[in-house]
Design a protein around this ligand. Structure first.
Ligand SMILES: [Zn+2]
Length: 251
């Protein structure tokens, strides 16, 4: 007999209740684009988990599960007709990857802008039948710019994210950080620098340099002390497939 924990009961209840929004109110075509239904609902379920069981990153299990698939050769594109996925590719493309993608989008837009846009999308499209590009368009509006590169790479390809710190050099008043874009999925680089006194400094390398075709980017960050640690994506909100190359530590 299989025993499940009380949290598992909460998770499945939250998930099935979240289906009252998608697809019951927002009539997405779950046969054609399952990610619009199950990915959105997995994401909503994870936010409900946070409310009930705080103190844990409930977006993390889906991210790990997607990263495992991204490291394999069994991945299918989210935009592939759901019924036509190869063996084993349908579930990650419908659940864990789209849930993870929304978290990545939230990291880019910021919690407030994302939450408002997410709710606006659901409100605007209730009792209607949105297509993927209706969703993309609403998020573009929230971002105030076209995110075509994001929609194409995350939804239409199986490219994966792998950013690596190539070098950190001391310069006058700060450090010069060089980042190598190992994977094909372009994203801004979110850097966290830790100083000797344990204070931290955040820096971002915008995505434009990757979109222009470069594979390495260099940024100079001014600091008020000695940098002892530099990390890419310290909040782990992005599904970097190899985190071993995300950290530089002063020897
Ligand atoms: Zn479901």
């Amino acid at each position: 007999m299989l025993f499940r924990s009380d949290s598992a009961l909460y998770y499945v209840t939250a998930h099935e209740e979240a289906h009252m929004w998608l697809p019951m109110l927002v009539g997405v075509d779950e046969k054609r684009y399952a990610w619009m239904e199950e990915g959105s609902t997995s994401f909503n379920e994870n936010q409900a988990r946070k409310e009930f069981f705080p103190g844990f990153d409930h977006d993390d299990p889906d991210r790990r599960s997607y990263v495992n698939v991204a490291r394999s050769d069994r991945e299918g594109e989210m935009m592939r007709w759901t019924d036509f996925h190869y063996q084993g590719a349908r579930v990650p493309a419908s659940y864990s990857k789209p849930a993870t993608t929304l978290v990545a989008l939230r990291r880019m837009l910021g919690q407030k802008v994302f939450d408002e846009a997410w709710q606006r999308y659901i409100r605007t499209w209730r009792f209607k039948h949105p297509k993927p590009w209706d969703f993309f368009h609403m998020m573009d509006q929230a971002a105030g710019e076209s995110l075509d590169w994001f929609w194409y790479t995350w939804y239409y390809t199986t490219w994966s994210l792998d950013q690596a710190i190539e070098s950190v050099e001391d310069v006058d008043g700060g450090v010069r950080i060089t980042v190598h874009d190992v994977g094909n999925l372009p994203m801004p680089v979110y850097l966290t620098l830790t100083l000797e006194d344990d204070s931290t400094v955040e820096a971002i390398i915008p995505v434009g340099i990757w979109l222009a075709g470069s594979r390495t980017a260099t940024t100079v960050v001014d600091t008020d002390g000695t940098v002892v640690l530099v990390e890419i994506g310290s909040g782990k909100s992005l599904p970097d497939v190899d985190r071993k190359n995300n950290v530089w530590q002063r020897q």
